[in-house]
Design a protein around this ligand. Structure first.
Ligand code: IMP
Length: 494
């Protein structure tokens, strides 16, 4: 049984404080080995000897199947946090941020890029498609967003190449294979090559000779496999090399030893937000396997995916919609489907504009699933919850919430390890009173309708985490911040 008791959220030690010290130059990828060695020693010494006011850190994780609205909370935290680091996934993610009515969809670039004073890191746990990255950078530049000097890519991040997409398309459409419903960005095959120790990292991309050899060898092998298994047309290694050598030149100024950059920033007292992508139920280990993405989207991934040690992680903030959505195939116990749920599910989709930010696919919709939220709390160590899209439920007079799961008529707290295990799972619903009034312009918890406050209090009681922020619309301004959350995270209240 998971404990459902309220816990006092962890308080930052009083000795920690923000530093406004200017960023020190970070170690470049090449040609500075001895300088790097000394810098690593200095950072280690400073952090382990306590001779530093280490900056505070918070991990933002999706508590459902992704698309919970993580982009907006990252944007709020960057009011005061100095660095944002992405730790997993690739351009399968799509973070929508709306500022003064202007919409930005970020896929690889962390959300802090929209604040010029913020440093942004694409960590080693991310798989980076160089062409997608450069396209995103170009569109940000065109929108007048500053990217040069405040965006860095880990020299250890894995590179997605066209044969990854070829392998994915082939395997997703092959007869007899389980169709995951991926975003077709080559994410899974790129992580396969990483784990198979045959991947190309950003540092290797910059090494022209190595890049040529890698592409020639990989294309020979992948072309043979894809032709034999999926009858795919072969890719031209020479053309690929030219295209990616050109991209490498443009990417080079962004590539750094970002583990060193981040640890040094912490030692200087700077605060870091670790920006998760996707969600807990899409995590390669803890999600609804095999209907998952191929990376560690849960909070543990923040350490391995950036090189910042787990002991330097202070707070984990879980993001959940006030209801639930999923895009792609796989289990979804509280899904509104079938004859009775069809119209209501469609209604939630329309009101919540539930269409994928990256692929435009309609999202599947359903009610909040508290047992899965508790599970997300346990796996990630969530102390604060952010509830998004509360306003999407504004029209309802009653709101069903899944409060428990049953298997063979017996209540269970165990989340199935097999996708087929979910077929036996039955949701136990409780109908909560709806508020049937608009919440969009509301800026304080006290001003929310009573039923909305009760809905949020029920989530707190059932998960043991506190609700620190509520989003009542897509704009930066349509946000309610709870005073304790503001003070614990050092945010501005206005
Ligand atoms: P992949 O990450 O493209 O391999 O897709 C694997 C699964 O994760 C599919 O069901 C996708 O729809 C889902 N997925 C990947 N990225 C996101 C995301 O950012 N939001 C929601 N679902 C996602």
């Amino acid at each position: 049984m998971l404990e459902r008791t309220h816990q006092a959220p962890p308080i930052f030690p009083g000795s920690q404080s923000f530093s406004t010290a200017a960023a020190q130059p970070v170690c470049a990828t090449q040609g500075q080995a001895s300088v790097c060695g000394r810098a690593i020693f200095q950072v280690e010494f400073a952090l382990s000897s306590g001779r530093t006011n280490r900056g505070r850190t918070a991990v933002i994780v999706g508590a459902q199947w992704g698309d919970e609205g993580k982009g907006k909370i990252v944007d709020v935290l960057t009011q005061t946090f100095s660095v944002v680091a992405r730790y997993a996934g690739g351009h399968n993610a799509g973070h929508t941020v709306i500022i003064n009515g202007k919409k930005f969809i970020l896929q690889l670039v962390p959300g802090g890029i929209l604040r010029p004073e913020c440093t942004n890191v694409v960590g080693n746990g991310v798989v980076i498609d160089p062409l997608a990255f450069l396209k995103e950078v170009a569109s940000l530049r065109a929108a007048g967003v500053k990217v040069d000097g405040n965006l860095f890519v880990s020299n250890r991040a894995q590179v997605i190449l066209p044969y990854h997409r070829m392998m994915e398309l082939g395997s997703e459409n092959a007869p007899g294979r389980v169709k995951i419903g991926t975003t077709s960005r080559g994410i899974g095959p790129a992580y396969e090559d990483k784990m198979g120790r045959r991947g190309l990292r950003a540092a290797d991309l910059l090494d022209s000779q190595l890049l040529r050899t890698h592409i020639e060898n990989a294309c020979r092998e992948k072309n043979m496999i894809a032709h034999a298994l999926f009858n795919s047309d072969p890719l031209d290694a020479d053309k690929m090399f030219r295209e990616y050598a050109d991209a490498a030149e443009q990417i080079a100024p962004f590539v750094r030893d970002t583990a060193l950059l981040l640890n040094r920033a912490l030692a200087e007292g700077k605060s870091i937000v670790f920006e998760g992508a996707q969600g807990t139920m899409l995590d390669i280990d803890h999600g609804t396997y095999p209907f998952v993405t191929s990376s560690s989207s849960t909070s543990g991934g923040a350490a391995t995916g950036t090189g910042v040690p787990p002991t330097s992680i202070d707070t984990v903030i879980g993001i959940t919609k006030a209801y639930c959505t999923r895009v792609g195939s796989g289990p979804f116990p509280s899904e509104l489907a079938g004859v009775s749920g069809g119209a209501q599910g469609e209604d939630l989709r329309k009101r919540g504009n539930e269409f994928g930010a990256v692929t435009g696919r309609p999202r599947r919709t359903g009610w909040l699933d508290l047992p899965l939220l508790r599970y997300a709390g346990m796996i990630n160590g969530i102390s604060w919850l952010v509830v998004t899209k509360l306003d999407v439920l504004d029209h309802l007079t009653e709101i069903p919430v899944c409060v428990g799961h049953k298997v063979d008529g017996k209540e269970t707290d165990e989340v199935p390890a097999q996708a087929c295990g979910y077929e036996k799972l039955e949701c136990i619903y409780r109908k909560m009173p709806g508020w049937a009034s608009p919440t969009q312009a509301i800026r304080t918890v006290e001003a929310l309708p009573k039923a909305a406050r009760e809905y949020l209090a029920f989530i707190e009681k059932e998960t043991g985490a506190r609700v620190g922020m509520i989003s009542t619309g897509p704009d930066r301004e349509q946000t309610i911040l709870v005073p304790d959350f503001i003070s614990e995270l050092g945010l501005k209240s206005g």
